[in-house]
Design a protein around this ligand. Structure first.
Ligand SMILES: Cc1ncc(COP(=O)(O)O)c(C=O)c1O
Length: 380
């Protein structure tokens, strides 16, 4: 369907997938411009309705960013200064920033090597009398194992809030990943699978009352819950973003099919021990491949090889957040050996809806040969 090119292969292409919708976006933009309703209007309302229905939750609230979504969701989940929130060290900084901003303590628990998500078997040991919430992050669009996480939440009376910034469309046991737990949060940052053309985010709520609290907070109204007063602030989603996201959403299934096809091509060259083990489509699991990752003990050598062939790659999260400046505010549970190893070994390959399948075959073949030891890396 897509022509092979001789150009350098980038990690993202933020423009080509927009082209089929360009005329519609421009027409709607003109209408918006003339309407004078720039923030929290009809487009935001419709986007909230559409995404809440798809996520199988009671309501969804558009906010200013994925970071902002985390902050307001954790506030409404009752996270207070001094509380502990259990999460993963193998995530983007925003996950722990929101916890720290609330005066709470991120507790970093190691990940599982098969999916790079928080290892549910290690969570219980991290629970203390201060623990208020568990914050799983389905990293790169691979579902976290939610059943044991929800079970620990129930047994210890903890809130479960999912940071699904990278996982729109991801399914666990046949249900949207954002429908588990009390709330979940999403980012519409332009590189995400469901992107805007600026910043934006959303909070998904199982409980209508939580959504109403978030609507008040995002518009500068304070909220009193359980005897505590939570301040309001500006966390509003604008109409331009909502309009573009709705248009992209209508085409997303087609884009996801292309991502799935690219991932299947990579899988055919890369042994299971060097990549995500979660089945895509099997056992009710749907992986959305915000990133496709491969691991190698010589990650930097593989990166140099691909670079010499004109292929851009990504390194995440090296080092993991237990080395972040904010670790001063965190509690680190154990050695985090798997997060350290993932930080040192993981390389992400180009994956997006505009990537020609022939390029995916070329990249997959190079990676497969490198992992089999049949091609050497170029020198550092
Ligand atoms: C896991 C994770 N959480 C939170 C965020 C924050 O989202 P935003 O950039 O929209 O604030 C991101 C964004 O990159 C993310 O990847």
């Amino acid at each position: 369907m897509k022509p092979e090119t001789n150009k350098r292969i980038g990690r993202y292409d933020l423009v080509t997938p927009l082209l089929p919708c360009k005329d519609l976006i421009l027409a709607k933009f003109e209408k918006l411009l003339m309407s004078g309703q720039f923030i929290l209007g009809e487009e935001v309302r419709l986007l909230e309705e559409e995404l809440a229905a798809e996520s199988e939750v009671a309501d969804a609230v558009g906010v200013a960013s994925g970071s902002s979504a985390l902050f307001v969701a954790l506030s409404v989940a009752g996270v207070r200064p001094g509380d502990e929130v259990i999460t993963t060290p193998y995530t983007f900084d925003a996950t722990i920033e929101a916890i720290v901003l609330l005066g709470a303590v991120p507790v970093l628990v190691d990940i599982h090597p098969h999916d790079l998500n928080i290892d549910p078997a290690r969570i219980e040991d991290a629970v203390t009398e201060k623990t208020r919430a568990i914050l799983p992050v389905p990293i790169f669009g691979a579902p976290c194992d939610m059943d044991p996480i929800l079970d620990i939440g129930r047994r210890f009376g903890l809130q479960v809030v999912t940071d699904m910034a990278q996982a729109w469309g991801t399914l666990y046991n046949g249900r949207p990943i954002g429908s588990f737990g009390r709330m979940s949060t999403l980012s519409f940052y332009p590189t995400k699978n469901l992107p805007g053309i600026g910043d934006g985010g959303m909070v998904f709520c199982r409980d209508q009352e939580d959504a109403e609290r978030i609507r008040r907070i995002r518009g500068h109204q304070a909220v009193r819950m359980n005897g505590h007063l939570y301040t309001g602030w500006n966390s509003r989603l604008d109409e331009v973003q909502a309009m573009v996201i709705r248009i992209r959403h209508a085409r997303l299934a087609e884009e996801q099919r292309d991502r799935d096809q690219v991932a299947a091509i990579y899988d055919s060259y890369i042994p299971p021990t060097n990549r995500l083990r979660t089945p895509n489509g099997g056992q009710g699991m749907k992986v959305t491949y915000h990133q496709y990752w491969v691991r190698s003990g010589d990650r930097d050598g593989l990166r140099r090889l691909l670079d010499s062939h004109g292929i851009d790659t990504g390194v995440y999260y090296d080092p993991p957040l237990n080395h972040h400046e904010l670790v001063e505010y965190c509690r680190v549970q154990g050695r985090l050996a798997e997060a350290e190893r993932a930080g040192a070994e993981v390389l992400t390959l180009p994956i997006h809806a505009a990537l020609p399948f022939a390029d995916a075959h070329r990249i997959g073949a190079l990676v497969g040969e490198f992992l089999a030891g049949s091609v050497a890396s170029t020198p550092a």
